[in-house]
Design a protein around this ligand. Structure first.
Ligand code: UT7
Length: 324
């Protein structure tokens, strides 16, 4: 299979580090040096994840020169669905005018796009579907405690979409996924699920919002993403020097830099857009890919490694050979 179209969308409202300074005990300097973030986009009250996802998917359809009716299956990777159920993918397909095709969500936080690529690869390469729309989309601003400086500064909203199509040339070289659910509390939104249904006490305790133990998560992120990249290259019988672009999940500039150092990758091979969007969870990789492809930087035969780490804990990497 190969990618035949990419698209991305971020809501117009921009929140800068200086904006955050106006209500949080933080500084532009702290946020910039500790995270690499300068701005993030936050959705309006009227906008939900399906709106962002639909905008990104529409852009990908235009890019591919395709109609939504030609897509066989819609997948949305998200942890901020419009509703607890139905799946956001159903809403997106219908907004695109499609009401008879399969659509489902993948809820594995920041690793969602990597898991999605792997699932889509199974569906397409086995011949079940010809064309899959895979979207990573989040409105994390809706589950942020805007008064918790340890998380409020980090997360943003956005969506990225790819259209995957069965083809003679196979871009999908290998995948390496993992998960460890023994410590969900390192990064989670505890409330409103079956374990802690929402009631007044839960709301007062803000358990429906994102909680993260940043320092511990940071260390695991570097280790897991370096290991996943090494494993996926080994599975694909490739070396670090073969990598044209690393497209990592954008959680922290320091995590990305540490990873690049371990992998001996120079800056020009590492795609970073964190200063503009912050951490957009499942959306970060497809947004970064779409920007890079649309800038004309990706050439046929380029080797791209996508790699992510996040809530679950979960992680994964996919090795991808770009085909025209
Ligand atoms: O997307 C899924 C994966 N996510 C990640 O991988 C995120 C991983 N974690 C991180 O990126 C970093 O741990 C953070 C950016 C969240 C935090 O950076 P850090 O360098 O680990 O800071 P820290 O939590 O160790 O805090 C250092 C100090 C503390 O003050 P004291 O106790 O040393 O006096 C914090 O209270 O910085 C303080 N601090 C802040 N100061 C100004 C924490 N947040 C802020 C803030 N502004 N926004």
């Amino acid at each position: 299979m190969k990618i035949v179209g990419v698209g991305h969308y971020a809501p117009p409202r921009v929140v800068t580090n200086h904006d955050l300074e106006s209500w949080l005990d933080t500084t532009d300097d702290w946020i910039t040096t500790r995270t690499g973030m300068k701005r993030r986009h936050w959705a309006s009250e009227e906008e939900a994840t399906s709106d962002l996802a639909t905008a990104a998917a529409s852009a990908a359809l235009v890019h591919a020169g395709m109609r939504a009716q030609e897509i066989d299956c819609f997948i949305v990777a998200t942890v901020t669905p419009d509703y607890y159920f139905p799946a956001t993918a159903c809403l997106v397909a219908s907004k695109l005018g499609v009401t008879d095709k399969p659509a489902f969500d993948i809820g594995i936080a920041c690793s969602g796009f990597i898991y999605g690529l792997t699932v889509a690869s199974g569906l397409i390469r086995s011949g079940v579907y010809q064309r899959v729309m895979l979207i990573g989309a989040e409105t994390l601003s809706k589950i942020l405690d805007k008064h918790d400086r340890s998380t409020a500064i980090l997360f943003g909203d956005g969506a990225g979409a790819v259209i995957l199509q069965r083809s003679a040339e196979d871009s999908f070289l290998a995948s390496d996924l993992g998960a460890d659910g023994s410590r969900p509390e390192l990064l989670y939104a505890e409330g409103s699920g079956a374990r802690r249904p929402l009631d007044h006490a839960a709301l007062d305790a803000k358990v429906h919002l994102i909680h993260m133990q940043g320092r511990e998560t940071f260390k695991l992120a570097v280790q897991r993403m370096v290991d996943a990249t090494g494993s996926v290259l080994k599975k694909a019988n490739l070396a670090k020097a073969d990598v044209t672009f690393l497209v990592p999940h954008q959680a922290n500039r320091r995590i990305i830099d540490a990873m690049a150092r371990y992998l001996d990758l120079p800056d020009e091979k590492v795609v970073v857009n964190i200063s503009e969007y912050g951490n957009t969870s499942a959306a970060s990789i497809p947004m970064a890919l779409s920007e890079t492809v649309r800038a004309g930087l990706v050439k046929p035969e380029d080797l791209i490694v996508f790699v992510a780490f996040g809530g679950g804990l979960s992680w994964g990497a996919v090795a991808w050979r770009w085909t025209a």
